[in-house]
Design a protein around this ligand. Structure first.
Ligand code: ADP
Ligand code: MG
Length: 659
């Protein structure tokens, strides 16, 4: 008699001639562990695969669960050729179809029971509150409602195994792959776990139980015996149709897309949460890594601020002196003899040089100045009407004297800000008053604006200014030539040419070099160049320290990946894609540098504040801070990428079974 079943459903799992070999590379001999396995498992079956240790059971389970690929043979899952699926589709299959239960539980030690159960749903994109609710419901169903927040090391073996079963059920767990689930448990806990598997089988889950224990295996509805990589016996009775309550699994790898709906923001937040926990657990190590980044960022900020401060200081000095200023005075020639005399005709000739804009002869000496009953030794500065232009220094009240007045020897005086306050403290308008300079009366025609602290030796605010010719005629009668001459070149670019032209001209006129020319602009420019190269060097040192910080991050990340190999295996087994793992570890690296960068910016500001208090000129720039911060984060990305990629590329089976 032949019973014909109207509807024999197609096998859920169909293995044909599956072989798996190890080795064969690096001089190691190739060893075949599975020698051509043929096996069909239907939805809703409760199958035990039994065999001695080393017979290839775990290897088979890893193949069934799509954690590993066969060397040859075909594996069809719900009619699809598994070898045709790419790694994302395999991840999707692991996530949606399989739930793994391992002998060693394989819980993530740093996460609570509830969080461990939630891991598969993370990669399925379930919203956070639904995830937590479902985990709590599952754990409650397995009698662990009071253990939700405990970590694996706070649970007994039996409890841990129940947590791992809850995790296997998190995404539905249509097919439970249990590798020696009772192997590490005492007999009572083992019985509880077996009872649970029975319950699940009754509820329609497909159970594939792997064990070396015939006693345990005999509890399954079907027993497949494996020895040395071959199937020895199979109790399958295909005459009985499988009564499955499970809905048929529709495998559509195009659905693998839907995890993408999981928002990037949620993914990042989840990664950041895990990363933050890891950082807290390894406080000392994290702190030391952070220190590298902090020092790097802080030194970039401080070095740049010091460089900028120095630059501004030089610029400021240039601003007050002008970048194209030359000084000249007579002096004895190096070859001996008396010093020369700079005549009016000499100055006129210099004035006519094309490189020269202004020529300003100056005579200045402390002289007694009197107004009413007040008198004071004050610096009387006799120079031409071009003085305000040369010094970029405006008149505040009244006016400056003119060239015509200078030529006419007009006795006019313009007061510096302090001089005005000294002589006319209560007079709002001192214009028109008469000052006695030396023995001659001078009329006040103007007041200069306040110049403020100057880098020069003299305080320009505490002077009075009189026309050059009137000064020579009325105050400095004995003076035959200017004390010195201030000249301005056409631009700072031609200042050296101007100096050379003046020298050539005057040597031709005097027949010898009986004068000296001071080139302030050249001095300042040289100083500027030195400071600039110093800033560059400081910047380089700072950048190097940032790179060193980055290497620290990489080092720690590599250690983290090594330590958490098993966790990575667990995440992959529960459905994480390579990019999920990559993102998680990148997030950790970036988080370290974000925290380090923030602390670094604060530290940089503090150091800068100390420098300001101790009178070192520093100028902070927001762009330097943002730049240093961005560099730190970029360092995290660059130096975190390699370890993260290492993590993402780990072989899941090796990660799960290795140390
Ligand atoms: P079981 O789970 O039945 O105890 P396994 O499937 O773990 O057996 O291992 C079967 C055989 O395959 C063993 O001889 C083991 O040494 C070998 N094997 C398993 N994994 C590897 C591997 N990664 N490289 C080399 N040999 C392996
Ligand atoms: Mg095994």
């Amino acid at each position: 008699m032949v019973t014909v079943h109207a509807e024999t459903p197609p096998a859920l799992i169909e293995l044909k001639g599956i072989r798996r070999s190890y080795g064969g590379t690096g001089g190691q001999p190739e060893v075949e562990v599975l020698h051509g396995i043929d096996l069909q498992i239907h939805a809703g079956e409760f199958v035990a695969i039994v065999g001695q240790s080393g017979s290839g059971k775990s290897t088979l389970m890893h193949l069934l669960g799509c954690l590993d690929r066969a060397s040859s043979g075909s594996y069809r899952f719900a009619g699809h050729d598994v070898s045709q699926l790419d790694s994302d589709e395999l991840a999707w299959l692991r996530r949606e179809a399989f739930g793994f239960v391992f002998q060693g539980y394989h819980l993530i030690p740093t996460e609570s029971a509830s969080e461990n159960v939630q891991v598969p749903a993370l990669y399925a994109g379930l919203p956070e509150h639904e995830r937590a609710q479902r985990a709590a419901a599952l754990l409650t169903r397995l009698g662990l409602n009071d253990k939700l927040d405990l970590r694996p090391n706070q649970l007994s073996g039996g409890q841990q195994q129940r947590v791992s079963i809850a995790r296997a059920l998190m995404n539905g767990g249509r097919i439970i792959l249990a590798d020696e689930p009772t192997g590490a448990l005492d007999s009572k806990s083992g019985e509880q776990v077996m009872a649970l598997l029975h319950e699940l089988a009754d509820a329609g889950h497909t159970i594939i139980l792997i064990t070396h224990d015939h006693q345990v295996a005999s509890q399954a509805r079907r027993v497949v015996e494996i020895r040395d990589g071959n199937i020895l016996a199979d109790s399958a009775d295909h005459s009985v149709p499988i009564q499955s309550k499970a809905e048929p699994l529709r495998l559509d790898p195009s659905q693998a897309q839907y995890a993408a709906a999981n928002t990037l923001w949620n993914d990042l937040r989840e990664s950041a949460r895990t990363a933050w926990r890891g950082m807290r657990l390894n406080r000392v190590r994290t702190g030391l890594t952070l220190l590298g980044i902090v020092i790097g960022v802080a030194s970039v900020i401080v070095m740049l601020a010091i460089g900028e401060g120095a630059r501004r200081q030089v610029l400021e000095r240039m601003g007050t002196m002008g970048t194209a200023i030359l000084y000249m005075g007579s002096r004895p020639p190096a070859t001996g003899g008396p010093s020369g005399e700079l005549t009016e005709a000499d100055l006129q000739a210099v004035r006519e040089l094309p490189e020269i804009r202004y020529v300003l002869p100056v005579i200045g000496d402390p002289t007694t100045v009197r107004y009413g009953s007040k008198d004071k030794e004050i610096y009387v500065f006799a120079s031409s009407e071009q003085m305000p232009a040369v010094h970029h220094w405006p008149v505040e009240q009244g006016r400056f004297y003119t060239e015509a007045e200078d030529r006419a020897l007009a006795p006019l005086v313009v007061l510096g800000h302090k001089a005005r306050q000294h002589f006319f403290p209560d007079t709002p308008n001192p214009l028109g008053r008469q000052l006695l300079i030396g023995a001659s009366p001078f009329e006040v025609v103007g007041v200069m604006s306040e110049r403020g602290a100057d880098s020069g030796a003299q305080d320009y605010d505490d002077m009075v200014f009189i026309p050059y010719r009137a000064g020579r005629a009325r105050v400095y009668q004995t003076q035959t030539q200017p004390d010195y001459v201030v000249m301005q070149a056409m631009s700072s670019e031609v200042v050296n040419e101007a100096e050379a032209a003046i020298r050539t001209l005057l040597i031709a006129r005097h027949g010898r070099e009986d004068f000296g020319i001071g080139n302030a602009a050249a001095r300042i420019q040289a100083e500027m160049a030195t400071r600039r190269s110093m800033s560059v060097m400081l910047g380089l040192i700072a950048a190097v320290s940032l790179v060193v910080g980055g290497i620290g991050v990489m080092n720690v990340m590599l250690m983290t990946v090594k330590e958490r190999t098993r966790e990575i295996g667990i995440r992959v087994a529960t459905g994480a894609r390579q990019r999920d793992i990559l993102r998680q570890f990148m997030t950790e690296a970036v988080l370290v540098t974000l925290v380090g960068g923030t602390v670094g910016v604060i530290a940089g500001l503090l150091v800068g504040a100390v420098l300001i208090v101790s009178n070192v000129p520093v100028v902070f720039s927001v762009s330097a801070m943002l730049g240093a911060f961005a560099c730190a984060v970029a360092t995290g990305l660059v130096f975190g990428y390699m370890p993260a990629r290492t993590a993402a590329r780990l072989d899941p089976v090796a990660a799960l079974t290795g140390e």
